[in-house]
Design a protein around this ligand. Structure first.
Ligand code: GLC
Length: 424
């Protein structure tokens, strides 16, 4: 069975954003951001305060970043003294992010990691910074209450709670009262802090991975308050027109109506969008083949004109054997979905850059720090993001550099712990 030509074209179109639309989205993003600065309720983004600005680069000393022990040496220099890094899910073994896990189990597991990071030392005093990659409402650096799980996390008993209190309790139960949680930051903020410890002009931090979100340094030009990083929770941006697959995917997700941009761009969802489109082409609408963004990377990487890798992968996942021409179409479809994702992320950056530029004629030099598997590893993601920036910014694009900051979550948390300690 070969794909229906018209149906295929329609599906591709559904994932296409042309230049005009992209510009409109960037404008809508800026508008939404401006509205949010007046009052977060007026924006589709949460615009959460982080209670931290950029590092001075004089931050030094030994800190815990949850399961990492780090020594900051100032001026961008640091050393990881101990790294534990164990995932919250090991399929078939345990899963602390599922609806049948408990908050106690989740934080108990995290406390175990901390214990490993301090190598069982229950006496030496440690300040701990925690990178927590979910929307949290903060009143200061310590006090961050989880608003809502995103990215299909479902552990009950954490939403609405102060995460550091849960962590403190769990540490206490393990006899780790020497470890004092002092700071919670979003992962985007961690990326920005880590990059700004090393580079100049880092006004934007972004995660482009399983989830997607961006933060930036709001200068508060009217000096009403000190400059502070705002975690936009830009994955929630919804002033854009979703395609029909986006609408379908949202309906069957854990939190329908939430995280509309994230569901169009992030690694957690791109494979699903692709699978939905493919199911239509195979006349099996509604089937979930379980494609991941890693599969999509493999599909893009198959440069052989006969596409043996694509044919094998699709057969394994769907039971259908493609001919080379249809395998080529499958590759086009994947490219289109990834390209759309990267362009949307570019448009959101441009929305922020326009806001930072204000009435100035030209954009000042800007370094955007990005972390995440999609940006780092997915073929064509970074390149399309850069193209999108050029398309929208024209010659000002030369002012913008992006840097990969892939140690951000640990380094950023250590910097936040150092800042919290300096405020005592
Ligand atoms: C989700 C979370 C956000 C986080 C992002 C990247 O969008 O809501 O807080 O920054 O994922 O991990």
């Amino acid at each position: 069975m070969a794909f229906d030509k018209q149906q295929f074209e329609d599906i591709l179109n559904d994932f296409t954003i042309d230049s005009d639309e992209l510009r409109e989205i960037a404008g809508a993003f800026r508008y939404d951001l401006k509205q949010g600065l007046k009052d977060p309720d007026l924006s589709s983004m949460r615009m959460l305060k982080s209670y931290i600005g950029l590092p001075t680069r004089k931050e030094t000393g030994e800190y815990l970043a949850l399961d990492l022990r780090i020594r900051l040496d100032g001026d961008g220099k640091f050393e990881v003294l101990k790294k534990v890094a164990k995932p919250l899910v090991v399929p078939g073994k345990y899963n602390y992010i599922a609806a049948d896990a408990t908050a106690e189990q989740m934080f108990g597991f995290i406390a175990d990691l901390v214990e490993e990071a301090v190598e069982g030392d229950h006496t030496k005093k440690y300040f701990l910074g925690h990178t927590f990659s979910f929307p949290s409402e903060q009143t200061d650096l310590y006090n961050a209450k989880l608003i809502i799980w995103t990215k299909e996390f479902a552990t009950p008993g954490v939403e609405g709670k102060v995460v550091n209190d849960l962590l403190k309790d769990a540490l206490h139960k393990k006899g780790l009262d020497n470890v004092e949680p002092t700071a919670v930051i979003n992962d985007t903020v961690a990326v920005q802090l880590a990059a700004a410890y090393k580079h100049d002009n880092v006004n934007i931090g972004c995660i482009y991975a399983t989830g997607h979100n961006t933060c930036y340094l709001e200068p508060y030009a009217d000096k009403a308050q000190e400059a502070m990083i705002l975690n936009l929770e830009s994955g929630g941006f919804n002033r854009l027109t979703p395609g029909r697959f986006d609408i379908e995917l949202d309906k069957v997700s854990e939190k329908p109506g939430e995280q509309r941009l994230e569901k169009m761009v992030s690694g957690r969802y791109m494979g699903e969008l692709f699978g939905m489109a493919l199911a239509e082409l195979f006349d099996e609408k509604g089937k979930n083949y379980g494609f991941t963004s890693i599969d999509m990377s493999a599909i893009m990487d198959d440069e052989d004109p006969q596409h043996p890798a694509i044919i094998k992968l699709v057969a394994e996942k769907t039971g259908h054997t493609l001919d080379a021409a249809d395998a080529d179409k499958v590759q086009d479809l994947v490219l289109r979905i990834v390209n759309r994702s990267a362009r949307l992320v570019a448009a959101s950056f441009v929305g922020i850059l326009w806001q930072l530029q204000g009435a100035e004629q030209h954009l000042a030099p800007q370094t955007i720090a990005v972390d995440g598997s999609v940006y780092e590893k997915m073929p064509h993601a970074k390149e399309n993001l850069m193209k999108g920036l050029s398309e929208l910014l024209g010659e000002d694009a030369a002012q913008v550099t992006t840097v990969l900051e892939n140690g951000g979550s640990g380094l950023g948390a250590a910097i936040a712990a150092a800042v919290a300690a300096s405020r005592r």
